[in-house]
Design a protein around this ligand. Structure first.
Ligand SMILES: [Zn+2]
Length: 267
């Protein structure tokens, strides 16, 4: 891609759009698991309850200007807020660089934004809100429907449907095995629903890849935290599975073709 000024301005605009959606994701991450309204009331400081002014609510930039503290009570603001905004900004940018201004860009970014929100919620609360999973599944099927319509080919829609069923089905079997055989909840039903969402985007093979690679990532992270926390059993650490499944799903959405060809030895 040739870089010119026009292209650079476009990329900056997309990055800033991503930052502001990241700011909205912060609201979702904080309020959705607490069953608070997403739209009302406007943001306040959780400490002194002062309403946050619009100029103190500019993604990343306000955090830097306020030196990471509330304007009124000087309580430190978690570095996670600008981090979520930044990751979301980068997500918008890489979606654009991969897909250009297309329908794929919109859905890829929607997928990434959902994965960011549910990963942080799962990390904090060990739950994945149904709203995110169901809307995600619906969006994945709509996306596949659009592709099928454009290509005049039913395959994208069939693969999307299969992805949801295979992904959720496979994970449900593992869930059931843990529950019945080992008498523990090894993973949550939220993870099962998440795989329906991810599968609807990445298809049946992508769903299996997501479960396999997500497990590898989760295992590596568990070993790391076991060593760090000096724990003897990683089940006790209660590390959620969702963020690792989400990351594996994102990797497949962006590099799926390469992974598929590598596995099946195609060209
Ligand atoms: Zn305050």
């Amino acid at each position: 891609m040739e870089i010119n000024v026009y292209e650079l301005i476009k990329m900056l605009a997309i990055f800033f759009l991503g930052l502001s959606i990241g700011s909205f994701l912060n609201v979702i991450i904080y309020r959705m698991p607490r069953e608070m309204s997403i739209v009302y009331p406007p943001s306040t400081c959780p400490e002194c309850k002062n309403r946050i002014k619009w100029y103190d609510n500019i993604p990343v930039i306000s955090y830097i200007f306020l030196k990471g503290k509330c304007r009124f009570c000087k309580t430190p603001i978690s570095v996670r807020y600008p981090t979520v905004e930044f990751i979301t900004g980068v997500s918008a940018l890489v979606s654009y660089l991969k897909f250009g201004f297309t329908v794929d860009f919109i859905f890829a970014f929607y997928f990434l934004a959902s994965m960011i929100a549910l990963s942080f919620i799962d990390w904090d609360f060990k739950i994945i809100p149904d709203e995110i999973n169901y809307l995600g599944l619906l969006s994945g099927l709509i996306y596949a429907g659009i592709k099928s319509f454009q290509l005049k080919d039913f395959n994208p829609l069939i693969n999307s449907f299969l992805g949801a069923v295979v992904g959720a089905g496979f994970l449900f079997l593992i869930f059931y095995f843990y529950l019945k055989v080992r008498k523990i909840e090894g993973l949550g039903l939220g993870d099962v629903k998440l795989l329906a969402f991810v599968g609807s985007y990445v298809g049946w093979f992508g769903a299996l890849f997501t479960i396999f690679f997500g497990s590898v990532l989760g295992l590596v992270a568990s070993l790391y935290f076991m060593k760090k926390e000096k724990a003897d059993d990683f089940m006790k650490l209660e590390i959620p599975f969702g963020p690792f499944l989400a990351l594996a799903g994102v990797i497949y959405l962006f590099f799926g073709e390469k992974i598929y060809n590598f596995y099946f030895g195609g060209f």
